[in-house]
Write a protein that binds this ligand. Structure first.
Ligand code: Q9C
Ligand code: ZN
Length: 652
């Protein structure tokens, strides 16, 4: 089980035969550059490589009219002048005598990828194809696209495998209007696209690319357009779109398969956040991407992520721009009638001049409301992470419970090493009353795990402690992180765990979020608590609407996830939380679990840390008013500092 790469060299055959500056960028070198990149980085050999076969005429007929298929077929025998004349009848299209063959291979590759994933031969995969597909329509070529590869893949998945819910994520910089038209009234295919729009002045200049196009008839709410109206959207803007629009809808929709129209003419493709959907069944199909070097890099990054390697953490100031927030708000306004998850997500907007009393007192406490995490202040630990090769050990476990009782997945290693006894004792002495003698051996191993992660020997780890020692262990771990010059440590503490009071820290290197008890409470912009929601809707809102925006905004170099006494987290919840926390920290997580619940949690937690898809949370259930209220309370007060929490544009 792994990642498929579907390709055929013949797809480099089609090329522009005349002078046309608009079309010349869609060139054969796009595929060779992408493939060379994969080979150089040793990624191709980690994939299951499948040789593409042509789609049959019947398969093409799932989307295209017989007349159009016949017309494209006829181009095989046309001469250059005839090809040129025909091309001019379409918008931004060129034909070549090999176009029909290539376009059938491209469509066939997408179908084969769906087959490989849905038969279980692989988890996920990428089809490296040209010509691209997402602009192509039932009876028209458009925007370099001849057959609509991704639309065909969706129809094929419905027809051959009886799928009822397919999510298409189109992150090409252009709107895939072809896909939108094909599934406009079809509620079984949720089409999500973000694209450069500039109020309609960017190609393909269509009013139906705007946020108010939501689909028709039964399909209303199943077309989701997020138009960007300014150029230069960055990581924070895309993240806000992922966390506040795409993922809430995607979890509510609960797709059985995710298709990605992976155009790399926009930004670096990061499917990591999508991998928690549809049991990890993701099929990515290349669309645009014309800067050869950036295309090759993005394709490599994408394949690496599909293979389960964590992506390097995102850089930059994590503040979405005003225009992005406006776009996000416009899609929320258009889609809220159709999606429960959006109805509960919209937080009140604080105008910049009014501050709640709590906020004012926070200011008095010396908390600046502006983001202190500067663009260029990435920690050396994070730099290391970006430059270093993958750690030799992926996931390690140190446990008070015998390994055999934990049913750990293959590839997860038991930690037997320990730091020196004197060192362990010295740390324990700081917390004398809270460590028993018999805890010391475990503590030594846990410290060794932490060192392993910080030195790049281990990617992430799970440690168990006795219920009594959990808080003290966490305390020691935080202090050791700081002693080892971690610049920012994110602690997500579940259950009855108090923030250590004696921390010799200015309070900004540690972000402490406690999920416990009944009420939400804020001690500072770096220290707060919230109840654990009991509904799936509430839990997802907590993760997507609060935990992840904070985690991405804080840019930690280490995440400590602690499941203390009475944490109340279910298996699937713990796995989802761990899986999603990997992304903002490049996988560097140490999970500390009290031993009562480790037998139940160890396996899925280890799988999630290891890069496998977490089990489903179960059917979507609406958040309760109390759950929404607690979240709104926190978000409204924290968004002054943590800008990724914003879901609505502040008044200009
Ligand atoms: N002057 C894809 O990325 N160029 N197609 C428009 C207007 C056409 C893009 C320029 C862009 C087609 C798959
Ligand atoms: Zn494009």
């Amino acid at each position: 089980m792994g990642t498929a790469l579907v390709y055929h060299e013949d797809m480099t055959a089609t090329r522009l035969l005349w002078d046309d500056p608009e079309c010349e960028i869609e060139c054969p070198e796009r595929l060779t550059a992408a493939l060379d990149g994969l080979r150089q980085r040793g990624l191709e050999e980690r994939c299951l490589c499948l040789s593409a076969c042509e789609a049959s005429e019947e398969e093409l007929g799932l989307v295209h009219s017989p007349e159009y298929i016949a017309l494209v077929q006829k181009t095989q025998t046309l001469d250059k002048e005839e090809l040129h004349a025909l091309s001019k009848q379409y918008n931004a299209v060129y034909f070549h005598p090999d176009t029909f063959h290539c376009a059938r291979l491209a469509a066939g590759a997408a179908l084969q990828l769906v087959d490989a994933v849905l038969t279980g031969a692989v988890h996920n995969g990428l089809a490296l194809v040209r010509p691209p597909g997402h602009h192509s329509q039932r009876a028209a070529a458009n925007g370099f696209c001849v057959f609509n590869n991704v639309a065909l893949a969706a129809k094929h998945a419905k027809q051959k495998y009886g799928l009822q819910r397919i999510l298409i994520v189109d992150w090409d910089v252009h709107h895939g209007q072809g896909i939108q038209y094909i599934f406009n009234d079809d509620p079984s295919v949720l089409y999500f696209s973000w694209h450069r729009y500039e109020h309609g002045s960017f190609w393909p200049f269509l009013p139906e690319s705007d946020a108010d196009a939501v689909g028709q008839g039964q399909g209303q709410g199943f077309t989701v357009n997020l138009p960007w109206n300014q150029v230069g959207m960055g990581n924070a803007d895309y993240l806000a779109a992922f966390l506040h629009v795409l993922l809430p809808l995607a979890f509510e929709f609960d797709p059985e398969l995710v298709l990605v129209s992976a155009g790399f003419d926009s930004a670096i493709g990061d499917p990591e956040l999508l991998q928690v959907l549809a049991g990890g069944r993701i099929c990515a199909v290349l669309e645009g991407g014309y800067h050869l070097e950036s295309l090759a890099q993005s394709v490599c990054m994408m394949v690496q992520t599909l293979l389960g390697d964590p992506t390097p953490p995102l850089l930059g100031l994590m503040v979405p721009c005003q225009s992005a927030l406006e776009s996000i708000q416009s899609v929320q306004t258009a889609q809220t009638p159709y999606w429960t998850s959006l109805q509960q997500n919209v937080a009140p907007v604080l105008s910049s001049s009014t501050h709640s009393p709590e906020e004012r007192s926070l200011r008095l406490l010396g908390e600046s409301p502006t983001c202190a995490v500067a663009e260029d202040s990435l920690s050396p630990l994070l730099d290391q992470l970006c430059l270093r090769p993958a750690p030799p050990i992926c996931t390690a476990v140190a446990s008070t419970v015998p390994g055999a009782a934990l049913c750990l997945p293959p590839g997860v290693l038991h930690q037997e090493g320990s730091v020196l006894r004197e060192e362990t004792e010295a740390w324990a002495r700081l917390h004398k009353s809270r460590f028993q003698d018999e805890d010391l051996a475990t503590l030594g191993k846990i410290l060794c795990l932490l060192d392993g992660i910080m030195d790049g020997q281990i990617r992430n780890a799970i440690a168990t402690t006795t219920a009594l020692a959990t808080a003290a262990t966490l305390d020691v771990l935080i202090q050791r992180c700081l002693a080892r010059r971690a610049q920012r440590v994110l602690c997500v503490a579940l259950g009855q765990l108090d923030r250590p009071l004696d921390l010799a820290d200015d309070g900004r290197r540690i972000l402490w979020l406690n999920i416990r008890g009944k009420d939400a409470a804020i001690q500072s912009m770096f220290h707060f608590s919230t109840p654990l929601p009991q509904t799936t809707g509430g839990f997802l809102s907590l993760i997507l609407g609060l935990v992840l925006p904070l985690a991405y905004g804080f840019q930690p170099d280490m995440v400590l996830m602690a499941l203390g006494p009475a944490h109340g987290l279910q298996n699937a919840q713990a796995a989802l939380l761990a899986a999603m926390l990997r992304s903002p920290v490049g996988g560097r997580i140490l999970a500390v679990v009290e031993e009562e619940s480790i037998r139940l949690l160890a396996r899925s937690l280890a799988q999630a840390l290891h890069g496998e898809t977490p089990p489903s949370l179960g059917p979507f259930s609406k958040a309760t008013p109390e759950e929404i209220q607690a979240l709104m309370f926190l978000k409204a007060r924290l968004e002054a500092r943590w800008k990724l929490l914003q879901v609505a544009a502040p008044p200009p």
